[in-house]
Design a protein around this ligand. Structure first.
Ligand code: ATP
Ligand code: MG
Length: 273
């Protein structure tokens, strides 16, 4: 690399885990994405901000292989996701990605433990192994004792922690979160965001978070702003500076309830994969 190579991000030089180029997406006559380029480095957390209707969720859905872009490419470590079949994309999402949405994503008839265990079972773990791993995850995220409760018996913040555990039990490469704190009060929202970021880092995953809240975005390493389907003002936030570099596994930054010993138990246990 020469000295004149432009430095475009804090992690320049690393091959991006996820690389999107020229993303355009139309819903009928509506242009939702009008040419977006995004890179996501190993272990990096990226906040996506912008007004309602600007295309944030569409961008997240295209990056995650839920929607196929009208044109443009999305590569996961060089694998062009938009070129895969529906079934291949579905398997990729199940095995290599994790998802956290606003409230209401948990299956209401299942207990917290069963909700967290389900993705592990869908990727081939036995019920016993998946439930053992789910129990460790719930304990690590401060939910010991709540294993048997159904989503309707949890607070909003607790339900989102269950959703974080569910997203991470398969040890995904990228976690996608659309307004994960959108239904929570500010303090609870920041608590959930910290858990989401730290647990994602602890498994070495990268993270994309759509949010309206600049304070939530500040938990991420980097932020982009979307307006009318375009990235307009890429800028760094300051909140991620104190933690480890992207990709590092470091339990030292975890909040007290995610203490190092528990995290080692969970993340060192091999998990259900
Ligand atoms: N399934 C759909 N069918 C038709 N138009 C859609 C669909 N989904 C989104 N759109 C349109 O695409 C544009 C971008 O929507 P998108 O949901 O990505 O915005 P957003 O930034 O996530 O907004 P919000 O902050 O309100 O969630 C909007 O004009 C929206 O109306
Ligand atoms: Mg949205």
């Amino acid at each position: 690399m020469s000295d004149t190579t432009p430095v475009t991000s804090a992690w320049a030089g690393a091959v991006p885990r996820l690389a999107a180029r020229g993303l355009v997406h139309r819903f009928g006559d509506t242009s939702a994405l009008a040419g977006v380029d995004v890179d996501l480095a190993d272990g990096e957390s990226l906040a996506v901000m912008g007004p309602s209707g600007s295309g944030k969720s569409t961008l997240l859905h295209v990056l995650a292989g839920i929607l196929v872009p009208t044109s443009g490419t999305v590569a996961l470590r060089g694998l062009e996701v938009q070129a895969l079949s529906e079934k291949e994309r579905s398997l990729l999402r199940r095995r290599r990605y994790g998802f956290v949405f606003q409230l209401g994503q948990l299956l209401s008839e299942l207990s917290a433990l069963e909700n967290v265990a389900l993705p592990a079972m869908l990727t081939g773990a036995s019920r016993a192994d998946a439930q053992a791993s789910a129990g460790q995850w719930l304990a690590a995220l401060g939910l010991a004792g709540a294993e048997g409760r159904r989503p309707g018996e949890l607070s909003g913040g607790q339900a989102q922690r269950v959703a974080v555990a569910r997203a991470l039990i398969t040890r995904p490469e990228v976690v996608f979160a659309d307004e994960p704190t959108g239904s929570l009060d500010q303090a609870t929202g920041h608590d959930v965001m910290q858990v989401l970021r730290d647990a994602t880092r602890a498994v070495g995953a990268s993270l994309v978070v759509v949010t309206h809240d600049a304070d939530v975005a500040a938990w991420c390493d980097r932020r982009i702003d979307v307006r009318d389907g375009r990235v307009v003002a890429p800028g760094s936030t300051t909140g991620g500076g104190a933690g480890p570099r992207p990709g590092e596994r470091d339990a030292g930054v975890l909040p007290a309830h995610l203490g190092a010993a528990r995290v080692a138990d969970v993340f060192g246990a091999g998990g259900a994969r």
